[in-house]
Design a protein around this ligand. Structure first.
Ligand code: TR5
Length: 144
């Protein structure tokens, strides 16, 4: 039971700090984010998939046994989904497809969860569009 409480309290702490990070984040359309540095390999990330359009790497603060972020290499104003224009349709569809490719690569045969947080209410903390791929455990519904 102690171990369970420890895990539970670390989950609650992570949730609180993620929310704090989201509320502290300044929504910006074109300003570079930490993800640009990951794309340019200026800071390390655990990259699980890469091609000319998309990059997928493990989230630094995983909320599930598998927690991967899928991002476009070129931001093109897509700081978040709410900024999507018709010209982004192709990359948006492509990123979803890559989420599926990565889910398969990770062996998530029993299912997975896709999340896109948008804006302060959506708990977005990094303003470079990203798809969360979560799996490896039973997800709950509704999400918090
Ligand atoms: O809250 P949203 O939806 O904006 O998601 C941003 C995600 O980026 C969070 O789940 C963070 O844990 C994750 N994140 C933040 C950083 C980071 C990262 N994932 C991998 N590597 C990271 N580095 C090196 N630095 C971050 N600040």
């Amino acid at each position: 039971i102690d171990k369970r409480l420890e895990i539970l309290s670390s989950h609650i702490a992570a949730m609180a700090s993620e929310k704090e990070a989201a509320l502290a984040a300044v929504p910006t359309d074109d300003a570079p984010t930490i993800f640009d540095k990951i794309i340019k390999k200026e800071i390390p990330a655990n990259i699980v998939y890469e091609d000319d359009k998309a990059l997928a790497f493990r989230d630094i603060s995983p909320q599930a046994p598998i927690h991967i972020l899928i991002i476009p290499k070129v931001k093109d104003g897509l700081s978040g989904l709410s900024k999507a224009e018709e010209r982004h349709c192709e990359i948006l569809g492509y990123l979803l497809y890559i989420a599926k490719v990565v889910a398969k690569q990770e062996g998530l045969d029993k299912g997975f969860r896709i999340v896109i947080n948008d804006g302060p209410d959506g708990c977005q903390s990094v303003y470079h569009l990203h798809i969360h791929l979560l799996g490896g455990r039973q997800m709950n519904w509704p999400p918090g």
